[in-house]
Design a protein around this ligand. Structure first.
Ligand code: NI
Length: 182
């Protein structure tokens, strides 16, 4: 287990399509998952995707129980999600603030589906399927976007709502970027 360096926006490895995991329950996969969780926690993130530590595989981790950076967010259980398949359950998009450990210090208002079904596998190869809403749905969409090489600014519709967290907090009454870094 180790805390790994996180790639930052501008690194071409963040723009790749990640490959599916084909073999589960291997020491290499366990090590990757452990490193992702350690690195996410060390940075107080709500999620982290393997491409963010330079591993081009469809593996994400997320969870927000007891994280001091977003005390108001509804808790999301610690989850390992591999080879995810997402299905939007609501057509309309909800705007919400997001951060990303690959864009340190920044926040943006990003439209996401409010209700979501997702399926995939854990590191042992056990199938996982959930219907979620709100912050949980947002985190899953943000993390799986990393697997398709998409960083959240590409999802934004209004770049006026993109900026440095400390400036947004002090300078804009309607800006409440309390949400996570993913
Ligand atoms: Ni992110």
């Amino acid at each position: 287990m180790a805390i790994r360096d996180i790639l930052r926006m501008g690194d071409a490895r963040l723009l790749q399509m990640a490959q599916e995991v084909e073999v589960f329950a291997t020491p290499e996969l366990y090590e990757l998952v452990a490193d992702l969780i350690d690195t996410m926690r060390a940075n107080e993130g709500a999620g982290l995707a393997a491409p963010q530590i330079g591993v081009n595989l469809q593996v994400v981790v997320f969870g927000s129980e007891g994280n001091p950076r977003y005390p108001d967010a509804e808790p999301v259980p610690l989850t390992v999600l591999i080879n995810p398949v997402l299905t939007a359950l609501s057509a309309e998009l909800e705007e919400g603030w997001e951060g990303c450990l690959s864009l340190p210090g920044l926040r943006g208002k990003v439209p996401r589906h409010g209700n979501l079904h997702y399926a995939g596998f854990d590191q042992y190869g056990q199938a996982l399927a959930r219907e979620v809403a709100g912050f949980h749905a947002r985190v899953v969409q943000h993390e799986t976007d990393h697997l398709w090489g998409i960083l959240y600014p590409r999802r934004m519709r209004d770049l006026r709502y993109f900026g440095f967290t400390d400036v947004l907090v002090s300078g804009r009454a309607e800006a409440t970027p309390e949400n996570s870094s993913n």
